[in-house]
Design a protein around this ligand. Sequence first.
Ligand SMILES: Cc1cc2nc3c(=O)[nH]c(=O)nc-3n(C[C@H](O)[C@H](O)[C@H](O)COP(=O)(O)O)c2cc1C
Length: 260
Amino acid sequence: MNILIVYAHPEPTSLTRQMVDVTTEMLSAAGHTVVHSDLYGMKWKAVYDADDFPERDNPERLSFIAESGHAYASGQQTPDVLAEQQKLLAADAVVLQFPLWWYGVPAILKGWIERVYAFGFAYGYQNGSNQFRFGEGILKGKRALVNVLAGGPAADYGPRGINGPIEQLLFPLTHGALFYPGMEVLPTHAVYSTVHVSTAEEVEAIKAVWRKRLAGLFTDAPIPFRLQNGGDFPNHHTMADHVAPGQTGLAAHFADPADM
Ligand SMILES: Cc1cc2nc3c(=O)[nH]c(=O)nc-3n(C[C@H](O)[C@H](O)[C@H](O)COP(=O)(O)O)c2cc1C
């Protein structure tokens, strides 16, 4: 199988990068082909701006969606974006590894999503509408696994934790960026209290748990997000009344509340 690891940490000795090394070693040893997108190492351009569209369809006014669709359809995307799209298409599974920065992904990873997820590719797929999304799309059939490292303790990210549940905080990534274009998203693997990790034994314990998660990359059950076209959203916008009755907000999106 082909594995793409997308990671966002510039420091090779960081815990994040040590966990990336575990991913690479373990999946390579298992016979998989591992490809990296080392966002800092690549000096990934994080800001989505006019430089992304050297051949504008409309030089008068920058409409990101229109120019994105034009560049994608006419083969005029920048080479860095095209290369990442090809890596995604070639992957059977995508592993994302990053520290939690202000309750979300580091800016460089957000910029990777904004720029790589072109109109016609990740959204507006096939016919320019929203017909194929949330479980269907260009990345359907691929698996995604998020590994996030948080400085705060697990209690802060529990069901009633002060920061909110990690699976809800990362909903824009798991549901919005990974499930949207069709991927099956595994439950997030979070490492907590990273700021207090100091001994080699603690690091080894963290790596051992991660190895167990990686062993289930192609077998673990994904988060049961609701398909757009599976009947739960009859008009493709709002959940039917009989689905998750009485529940609102993000919790209603998880078919099994235990996955929140
Ligand atoms: C800019 C920045 C924002 C951060 N935001 C959070 C946060 O929202 N929640 C949290 O628990 N830790 C936060 N932290 C702590 C990081 O998650 C922590 O430093 C990281 O997990 C350590 O892993 P590393 O050794 O791989 O960098 C933040 C750190 C930085 C530098």
